[in-house]
Design a protein around this ligand. Structure first.
Ligand SMILES: NC(=O)c1ccc[n+]([C@@H]2O[C@H](COP(=O)([O-])OP(=O)(O)OC[C@H]3O[C@@H](n4cnc5c(N)ncnc54)[C@H](OP(=O)(O)O)[C@@H]3O)[C@@H](O)[C@H]2O)c1
Length: 375
């Protein structure tokens, strides 16, 4: 989109600008006068919300370097907030690096995740803790491999890479808030050990502040940073105010028994979607047919769910809502530190947890979440 030229301020591209974090990053950075924001999305449909602002947005495929490099031209920083399946996450890291190098982008801010350390990380974990890719969740392993891929690529020093590892990013439009409200409304809210586990929360505006610092602080180049809220927060601290807001209390949470975790299986088909042959083939197929084929492939490739390892006291197993991810998260007993981010980036979370939650609950009302489901 062609807009009148603005005074010379650095241009920050936000790749995946239509997502929860990308959208908020665009909203907050576009209010500033010391940078200009260039949202990059993969399709015109992804502009539904962004198009309400006067922005120099671009549409580009995120899975091939050349179109992304063209979209990034003129930007000094690329903030990567897109996601895909496990194979795509790793591939996107390489594409982003190569596109930045080709497009003349100086710095890539890569949104990784605290889950590279596992959702239930060992006490004492920090950025210096060694990473491995044998986690039970394929997402975690993909995030580890993406970080490794970037570290390898960055050896040519064509682009500075800064990695951010946020934990549970919450706020208006977040799935953590929406899912909790939906579970409460449907009477299937659950927790482990009374919600005593540590929730490594970060309010989305605090993450955007960390992103801005990662984009601008020279000493951040080549570093990875854990980032979180100032407070140590439990899952009960997050979930009980949502319940109270919806007129419920602690008694509505089904206590689930902790159980062995079944590792997820990686899809054997995901990597196929990254091959040039697949790209050539799909370019010839109409979008509706593609959607249908993807749905059929997913149904075929998805193995039948394992027997549910958790059971509610007094509730049918079919209502179980603690996913493997949530079970691991709620087992966590360690508040991940952001001392390194404070020291090098000058990160100091501007929004207190309680205020972040207040704004999230205002959104719950606005979005009409928490109403009982209609059948
Ligand atoms: N949310 C969290 O709690 C959290 C925590 C830690 C780390 N992170 C990381 O932060 C980043 C952003 O997360 P988010 O919660 O904002 O995700 P999100 O809301 O799901 O947004 C994902 C973005 O990626 C795009 N996208 C999805 N699939 C794609 C594909 N196959 N090819 C190209 N683009 C694709 C989406 O575009 P469309 O709108 O077109 O679908 C959207 O712009 C991710 O890397 C995630 O791993 C998130």
């Amino acid at each position: 989109m062609n807009l009148p030229s603005t005074p010379a301020v650095p241009r920050f591209a936000v790749v995946g600008a239509s997502g929860f974090i990308g959208l908020r990053t665009v909203e907050l950075l576009s209010d500033r006068t010391d940078c200009a924001v260039v949202p990059v999305v993969r399709t015109a449909a992804s502009l539904a919300v962004l198009a309400r602002q006067r922005l120099d947005w671009r549409i580009a495929g995120l899975l091939a370097p050349a179109p992304l490099a063209a979209a990034l031209r003129g930007c000094s920083v690329c903030i990567h907030a897109a996601i895909g399946d496990a194979a795509q996450i790793v591939h996107m890291a390489e594409v982003a690096y190569r596109a930045c190098a080709a497009g003349g982008v100086r710095r890539l801010v890569w949104l990784s995740s605290a889950s590279v350390h596992g959702q239930d990380c060992a006490p004492g974990t920090d950025e210096a803790s060694p990473l491995h890719d044998r986690h039970p969740l394929v997402y975690n392993n993909a995030k580890v491999r993406a970080e490794r891929r970037l570290a390898r690529l960055a050896r040519d020093r064509r682009v500075e890479v800064v990695v951010l590892r946020p934990g549970v990013v919450f706020g208006p439009r977040s799935r953590w808030i929406a899912d909790a409200a939906a579970d409460l409304a449907a009477g299937r809210a659950a927790w482990l050990d009374g919600g005593r586990g540590v929730c490594n929360s970060i309010y989305v505006d605090n993450l955007v502040e960390a992103i801005r610092l990662a984009a601008t602080v020279p000493a951040a180049a080549g570093e990875a940073f854990l980032v979180g809220d100032a407070e140590t927060v439990t899952w009960a601290d997050l979930l009980l105010p949502i319940a109270a807001h919806l007129g419920r209390n602690a008694t509505v949470f089904h206590e689930v028994a902790t159980a062995a975790i079944t590792p997820e299986r990686e899809s054997r088909f995901a990597a196929l979607t990254l091959t040039p042959a697949y790209a050539r083939l799909t370019a010839l197929v109409p979008a509706r047919a593609k959607r249908l084929a993807k749905a059929l492939a997913a149904a075929w490739a998805t193995p039948p769910p394992p027997p549910n390892p958790w059971s509610f006291r007094g509730a049918p197993a079919a209502k179980s809502r603690l996913t493997t991810e949530l079970t691991l998260l709620q087992r966590c007993r360690w508040k991940l530190p952001h001392a390194k981010a404070s020291r090098i980036l000058g990160y100091n979370p501007p929004v207190p947890f309680a205020e972040g939650l207040r704004r999230s609950l205002a959104w719950v009302d606005f979005a009409g979440l928490g109403r009982p489901p209609t059948t």
